[in-house]
Write a protein that binds this ligand. Sequence first.
Ligand SMILES: [Fe+2]
Length: 266
Amino acid sequence: MADLNIAIAGDLHDQWDASDHLLLDLIRPDALLLVGDFSDGYSRIPNLLSQLELPVACIVGNHDTGKDGSGKRLREQLELLGELHCGWGLRQLTPPGLAVVGCRPGTAGGGFTLSRAVRSVYGPVTQQESADRICRAALAADPELPLVLLAHSGPTWGDRDLALAITLIRRRRPVPLVVFGHMHHSLWRQLGERHSFHRDQEGTAYLNCACVPRHGTDDRGRCLRHFSWVRFQDGQPNQISHRWYGLTGDLLYEQTLWSAAALSRC
Ligand SMILES: [Fe+2]
């Protein structure tokens, strides 16, 4: 199985533009995942994402409803995103060979609550039904492909349906990676301030990608762009890090969160 390099953009909060697309052309990840909170309900970024040529999967966050309970603003963005958005569904990226399962769209963490906007678009959904949808999507995935659960809010940071889904999926197949955002961190300024990575006893890696703001400048005045980065080898995460790139594609800073090589040395 070929090695894979997956870039994950945490909560964008309006920080996504042509410079990110140019950078992706330079650093060439095999796929791009986005965990939502693109902006506050505007269509600019979904429109940009729909123009990307590399394999992309995304999920919307709580901010993407734009506080519009009618769901109109959310619907507009979902229409622009089309098949890129995989909330409560499976998106298999072939190439490069990755099964991405979107979890509950628009979640704000804190257990299980559907916002008015999400109810308007998707109808009423119970916690159990949400977990079952995530589980069904995961079990429909090609078992030969590495599986990634893509969420806006993580299971240990609040989404009970996602935690339940992981338990259900594990009865049938392993869950090597869960990526999400929502709980912001600013690791660039204060490395390690917020714990953004966890790996449990069953080998599932949990990666909080919400480095906000993701556009920055270092002490030498160089522009920085943040991506979380996961390298898969033989279908398993092999190295997980936060990366800050310069606009010319140079990897200027990297914080390694986990490495299989380090584990095997222990
Ligand atoms: Fe956010």
